[in-house]
Design a protein around this ligand. Structure first.
Ligand code: RB5
Length: 152
């Protein structure tokens, strides 16, 4: 996924529906040289996904991490929560093509998964692609992404 020299901090959070996948992806990130900022939860106890989506958005806004991973049962609620912040571009991803396009076209800074809808192997593949794909900066994609931060 990344070289041993990589020290980028990746923020990660979930609700109870994404707790197990969060732990698997966290382990994978650490094994691949990333520093992980785990914003919880720390158990399978039922929690509210907006609290964790907002916490991760806050961490990115505060500069604690540039990119993040969010997981709830479907990936839908927690992505909606994070996207309420104009600085967050959270993409709910189901396959590697979606992960690549989320970076190339949308400059997504958060990738979201459904812990009940995606298997760990596919999620790992998506996360690797997400982290290793650059935004196609300039031109039409930049113009469109700029508009996302400035709704009319
Ligand atoms: C929790 O049961 C579930 O609603 C949540 O994880 C998520 O799927 C919401 O969008």
């Amino acid at each position: 996924m990344a070289s041993e020299e990589t020290s980028e901090t990746i923020a990660i959070a979930s609700d109870h529906g994404g707790f197990e996948l969060k732990n698997e992806l966290k382990q994978d990130l650490m094994e691949n040289g990333y520093t992980v900022l785990d914003l919880g939860p720390d158990s399978l106890e039922s929690v509210d996904y907006p609290d964790f989506g907002y916490a991760l958005a806050g961490a990115i806004k505060e500069g604690k991490a540039k990119r993040g991973v969010l997981i709830c049962g479907s990936g839908i609620g927690i992505s909606i929560a994070a996207n309420r912040d104009s600085e967050i571009r959270a993409a709910l991803v189901h396959d590697a093509l979606g992960a690549r396009l989320a970076r190339q076209h949308n400059d997504a800074n958060v990738v979201c998964f459904g812990g009940r809808t995606i298997g760990p192997e596919v999620a790992r593949d998506c996360l690797k692609v997400f982290l290793e794909t650059d935004f196609e900066d300039g031109g039409r994609h930049s113009r469109r992404v700029d508009k996302l931060s400035d709704p009319q």
